[in-house]
Write a protein that binds this ligand. Structure first.
Ligand code: FEO
Ligand code: CA
Ligand code: CA
Ligand code: CA
Length: 599
């Protein structure tokens, strides 16, 4: 590596050809093996997957749907044996349930003419189907082990666990017990069941599994009068979104019946993966919004710094700094670090400074006169508080990843096609930003808790051969190497950046999503190479290395979801390719043939 010529890339794999088909593709010389599919057994007593006769009870013991974040927690420091923690973000009913969706013709008016169009519609929901959806959400903790060079789940692992909508959780931190989180079934304001829409996440230095609740608004139905005290903040979050039918069967998901239940979602959940009976905690000090992820790092002074993005057009980038410090010798002393500390929101100034503004009750505009009567109000209404502080409105902040080797932090901004020319700023430099960009934050003197940092645009994404796109990949980047819509990302053991994408599709770009390796240092900065691509209709999630970076875990989410896709008509039957099995989201374990570091 040291001998690398100036300007040469830090990655020496042979790039995958970009394109679209029913298969996944990995760089030559690597194996990409299916590790866990929706419906796979997680326990010794799990039932067989029976897709034509699904039940919620079976789904509670099987791998969930739409794997997103993947984390690896080594057991006794072993890079080849540990716990895989996986978020199950959402469900695709049309692909999950047999004979439920149908393709119908619909008359629509286009350019003043009436034309017929085909579309997928869902059948009538039953409570049983809703219960299966609830059991397919949440997360999985499963012991995995490498045996003869291949990873396999350990079905009798004592840590194995499914987390679903039925899992009891605790609200902890400043909001716990507040009137605004009390409900008819929970007068304590501390006990919540379940978590939803867990997109990206994180694993802490003390081996807990962090699950970010993202688009929780979509699970709530009903209506709230516009003079209801919760109306304004719920509207700011797009709630009730009504994308699911859960409110028909469960009053808590109907805001007209239980208007405070939605205040118990939109948090970051911390799970002690080493205790399968532990009650996961919703860490309210970290704020409430559409958290994409929650990656953290132990700062040089021992405090823990957590980065989290709010994935909505014109929403914000946040970081949280704990009050206490990490104790490497006493795991239990770290378990509630995220209950006390300061949440900051970022202002990206035109001169390249980031100012981290504290969201603290009583400071600046965050006072009772402005509707924030306590720190609980600041945290429940985080978006409104950040609006009041004048944070920089970003192009959909997704995963944010600190790099322990360089002290830099990478912010994925996936896209914002609505940004107008007059709304451009230095940190969001393109109008109609269809392909997104990546910002690199340089924390002052490697101090992640720093309240002022510097920032740069690492990459403006999109096809560099189309001038009006304005992409900024290096000229060494091939036609396979460019991408749009950065979403999740990770840093390998050598401090190198890998980015996975969401939204590249056959119609617009002639290529699927995938994972790209990106040079950030030296003369090759801005060079990107395609390492893996997903089958048609999927997005790429996960990316996670084991500690020695000789395994790369990747999550293929919603494969087959393209065109008029239903259970009967998926765009691919990946990964089984059997007529009697549905297409299935799955986690893939990538290893190098003959062993060795990835990439
Ligand atoms: Fe679940 Fe922000 O993507
Ligand atoms: Ca996304
Ligand atoms: Ca990440
Ligand atoms: Ca995503």
């Amino acid at each position: 590596d040291e001998a690398r010529a100036e300007g040469a890339t830090a990655f020496d794999f042979t790039e995958v050809e970009a394109g679209v088909d029913e298969m996944h593709h990995v760089a030559d010389g690597y194996d990409a093996d299916i590790l866990l599919r929706w419906g796979d057994k997680l326990f010794a007593d799990s039932p067989d997957f029976d897709p034509k006769n699904q039940t919620a009870a079976a789904q509670e013991k099987l791998f969930g749907y739409n794997n997103d974040f993947v984390g690896f927690i080594p057991l006794e420091g072993n890079p080849d044996h540990g716990l895989l923690v996986v978020n199950h973000e959402y469900t695709n009913a049309e692909l999950m349930f047999p004979a439920f969706a149908s393709i119908v013709k619909e008359k629509v008016t286009k350019d003043g003419k009436e034309v017929e169009e085909e579309k997928v519609t869902l059948g009538e929901y039953t409570k049983d189907l809703v219960d299966i959806e609830m059991a397919a959400h949440g997360g999985t903790v499963i012991e995995i082990r490498k045996v003869n060079g291949k990873w396999q789940p350990v079905l009798d692992g004592k840590y194995n666990r499914r987390i679903t909508l039925n899992t009891e959780m605790q609200l902890s931190g400043p909001v716990a017990g507040h009137d605004r989180v009390k409900t008819p079934s929970d007068p304590t304001g501390k006990k919540v069941f379940g978590t939803v829409n867990n997109c990206a996440g994180g694993v802490t230095a003390w081996g807990t599994y962090m699950m970010a609740e993202e688009n929780f608004n979509g699970y709530f139905g009903g209506e709230l009068a516009d003079d209801h005290p919760e109306f304004k903040q719920l509207k700011r979050l797009g709630a009730p979104g009504g994308q699911y039918e859960w409110s028909k069967f469960y009053d808590r998901f109907d805001v007209s019946k239980e208007p405070t239940e939605a205040n118990r979602f939109g948090w970051i959940v911390e799970v002690d993966a080493l205790d399968p009976t532990s009650v996961p905690k919703k860490r309210t000090a970290l704020g409430r919004f559409k958290h994409e992820g929650c990656e953290s790092i132990v700062n040089k002074d021992g405090r823990v710094v957590l980065y989290t993005g709010d994935d909505e057009r014109y929403d914000y980038v946040y970081k949280f700094v704990t009050k206490g410090t990490y104790n490497p010798d006493d795991r239990s002393a770290n378990m509630d670090l995220f209950d006390e500390g300061t949440l900051y929101v970022a202002k990206f100034d035109e001169d390249g400074t980031v100012t981290w503004m504290p969201l603290v009750h009583g400071e600046g505009p965050l006072t009772a006169e402005n509707g924030f009567a306590s720190q609980a109000d600041v945290l429940i209404d985080t978006r409104l508080a950040a609006d009041a502080l004048g944070a920089t409105k970003m192009d959909r902040p997704e995963d944010i990843q600190p790099n322990p080797k360089t002290g830099k932090v990478y912010v994925m901004l996936t896209n914002n096609t609505k940004r107008k020319a007059e709304e451009i700023n230095a940190a969001n430099p393109r109008a109609k930003n269809a392909f997104g960009h990546i910002i690199e934050i340089t924390e002052t003197d490697g101090d992640f808790a720093s309240l002022t940092s510097r920032w740069d645009v690492l990459l403006k994404c999109g096809d560099p051969s189309v001038a009006e796109v304005g992409a900024s990949f290096s000229t060494a980047t091939t036609k396979n190497g460019w991408f749009g819509m950065p979403d999740n990302c990770t840093i390998d053991a050598d401090g190198r950046l890998w980015v996975s994408t969401d939204g590249n599709n056959e119609k617009e770009t002639g290529r699927t999503d995938g994972v790209w390796a990106i040079d950030t240092e030296g003369g090759a900065r801005g060079t990107s190479k395609l390492f893996f691509r997903v089958p048609v209709g999927a997005e790429m999630c996960g990316p996670c290395f084991n500690p020695t970076s000789d395994t790369f875990f990747l999550a293929v989410q919603h494969p087959g979801d393209a065109g008029l896709a239903t259970y009967e008509t998926p765009a691919t039957r990946w990964p089984d390719f059997k007529d009697d099995l549905p297409v299935r989201p799955a986690v893939v374990a990538v290893t190098k043939q003959g062993g060795g570091r990835i990439g």
